[in-house]
Design a protein around this ligand. Structure first.
Ligand code: A2P
Length: 391
């Protein structure tokens, strides 16, 4: 008998956040009001959807004797069993071929693992069907008034309910009401911007960094929240984009806009738990202007001994347009010795376009310093030291 391997989404674990559909470069992922599904014919097995998925629901590669159709998948309440492989010939699909080619992550099934020293995260403690209620403890705009970027710092208090999060994890907010088709809204995902012990130590709370998007249901709901409002929350989500729990770790953080949220969490964790840590923190942060850079004021006040801050502004009148990748190149002399260091971790979070720009900048820095970026990046990924979260 011949079996094939089919990429499928686990409907029980999936939170319908749409991340996979956005990440898929070949439009193989679609959804209806019930499920997110993958077309067997279209999926190239590139795994671009695997890393961004906050729950891991996407990472299922079942053996089948006949591929499940989209209609069948749309009707599922749960994932079927994989076909027993005993005695069967397994036909290589594009997914497997691409898997074999991606030597960087084959050992981990295509997914970049968390840093080995990271603390064990809790995930999916609360779901869309069984959320927890949090109370808004505060909501303030953190970009200059009058600028286009309306970004808010929102603090949620979980009161007596346990909500364990680690730096780098996200939570899901369920906007109230129904969508245009009369269905409950899907979960909106936001990275946590505070460290594990809370925005304020000793309080059962956390912070989010949320940008208002014109017409966006989730972002307008969150940016308009008032103190003491109640919010339905799912999560926490994410088990790979986590901070190394190692004071010797050098952490290179690269972000734009609200992509800074996890790095605020990382920095606060270091500041509170290991302010004198030997590991370096380097931040590369891109925004249109200082007024549009979230947390600009507090960031400028952080001690230079704690963090090396590099800001790239793209729309300051009479100044050249600068992106984070330009700043990486500016700091080539300091980055080159860090890149091959086994204690170095790289995180990229923010606009999708930044990913390629940073990759090229690292390749240039390596070329000029006798290093091979392709193999270095493969090692970093395999060892859980290279994490990308872009949208
Ligand atoms: P730009 O002025 O060209 O849009 P935003 O404010 O839209 O969230 O963007 C945050 C920052 O990221 C802006 O400075 C924006 O510049 C910049 N940016 C846009 N595209 C890229 C890219 N491909 N690589 C790096 N930075 C980018």
């Amino acid at each position: 008998m011949e079996l094939r391997r089919q990429h499928l989404i686990d409907p029980v674990v999936c939170i319908r956040c749409n991340t996979c559909q956005e990440a898929c470069p070949v439009d193989a992922i679609t959804h209806d009001s019930n499920n997110y599904v993958v077309s067997f014919e279209k999926c190239s097995g590139c795994r671009a959807c695997v890393s961004p998925c906050p729950t891991g629901a996407i990472d299922n590669w079942l053996l089948v004797d006949r591929p499940w159709t989209l209609d069948e998948q749309l009707g599922w309440e749960e994932l079927p069993e994989s076909h027993p492989s005993h005695g069967a010939t397994i036909v290589e699909t594009p997914a497997e071929v691409s898997d074999l080619m991606d030597a960087a992550t084959t050992a981990t099934g295509g997914k970049v693992p968390p840093p080995p020293s990271a603390a064990q995260p809790f995930t999916n403690v609360y779901s869309r069907e069984a959320p927890v209620t949090a109370r808004v403890a505060g909501n303030m705009r953190i970009t200059a008034e009058g600028t286009e970027s309306d970004i808010h710092h929102v603090v949620l208090d979980f009161q007596a309910n346990a909500f364990p999060v680690l730096e780098g994890q996200s939570i899901g907010i369920i906007p109230p009401g129904l969508d245009a088709k009369g269905r409950p809204h899907n979960i909106r995902l936001y990275s946590v911007a505070s460290p594990r012990e809370g925005e304020r130590s000793g309080y059962n709370n956390l912070a989010l960094t949320v940008k208002r998007v014109a017409g966006g249901v989730g972002s307008n709901y969150v940016c308009d929240l008032k103190k003491d409002d109640e919010v339905l929350v799912a999560g926490p989500f994410g088990d790979a984009f986590l901070m190394p729990d190692d004071p010797e770790a050098h952490i290179i953080m690269i972000c734009t806009g609200t992509g800074s949220a996890p790095f605020r969490a990382f920095t606060e964790r270091r500041r509170r738990a290991h302010a004198e840590a030997p590991g370096k923190l380097m931040l590369f942060f891109g925004a249109r202007s200082p007024g549009e850079l979230p947390y600009f004021g507090p960031l400028m006040k952080l001690p230079k001994t704690l963090i090396d801050v590099n800001l790239a502004f793209s729309r300051v009148p009479d100044q050249p347009k600068r992106y984070v990748q330009d700043k990486l190149r500016d700091r080539a002399a300091d980055l080159a010795p860090l890149l091959p260091d086994a204690k170095t971790h790289i995180y990229i979070c923010g606009l999708k376009g930044m990913e390629q720009g940073c990759d090229e900048a690292f390749a240039d820095i390596c070329r000029l310093n006798g290093l091979d970026w392709a193999s270095l990046r493969a090692t970093l990924r395999r060892e859980g030291r290279y994490h990308v979260e872009t949208y």
